[in-house]
Write a new protein. Structure first.
Length: 171
């Protein structure tokens, strides 16, 4: 079960330490995206269709401060965008959908869009630096013998203020 995904290794380590103090079996991992998978605001960037595409989560119905309060446990933040708020950084489709479900439960209207899509989506922030690859540090609890045990732990973590989701193996 994934409890957090962070750009900062320090934030991931702090969350892992808190979970270990609460007697959870914690797993830490990191993944490094290839440069083409996380596009900076390069003018020639067109969104390639591949399994590693990134997605933006666009939120309406809340202020930047309200959305940031909901995102902080995941190591994410948001910034104002035309007509709403954009979650940063872009996420994998699975992470974007899980986040959108969590935010929708809180009464926010959420749209998931392919990063770099030219539809009426707000443009990526000019302050976002293009890098040769972005490392994401994951914090997970488990593994579990069955789905019932995972679901029970998911509810327990939600009561503690986390927004975990059940993930399979290396996903």
């Amino acid at each position: 079960m994934q409890v957090g995904a962070f750009k900062s290794p320090d934030l991931a380590k702090r969350l892992a330490a808190r979970l270990r103090e609460a007697k959870y079996n914690v797993e830490e991992s990191s993944t490094n995206s290839a440069p083409s998978k996380v596009a900076g605001p390069a003018p020639s960037a067109s969104a390639p269709a591949s399994g590693g595409d990134k997605y933006d989560v666009f939120v309406t119905g809340g202020t930047v401060a309200e959305v940031n309060a909901k995102l902080s446990a995941r190591g994410l933040s948001s910034e104002p965008a035309s007509g709403g708020v954009m979650v940063k950084p872009s996420l994998s489709l699975r992470e974007a959908v899980a986040l959108s479900k969590d935010l929708a439960v809180d009464g926010l209207k959420v749209q998931v869009r392919r990063a770099g899509a030219s539809a009426s989506a707000p443009a990526p922030s000019a302050g976002r630096a293009a890098t040769s690859g972005d490392t994401v540090y994951r914090v997970r609890v488990g593994p579990f013998d069955d789905r019932a045990a995972a679901t029970s732990t998911l509810r327990e973590l939600e009561q503690r203020g986390y927004t975990p989701f059940i993930a399979r193996g290396g996903q």
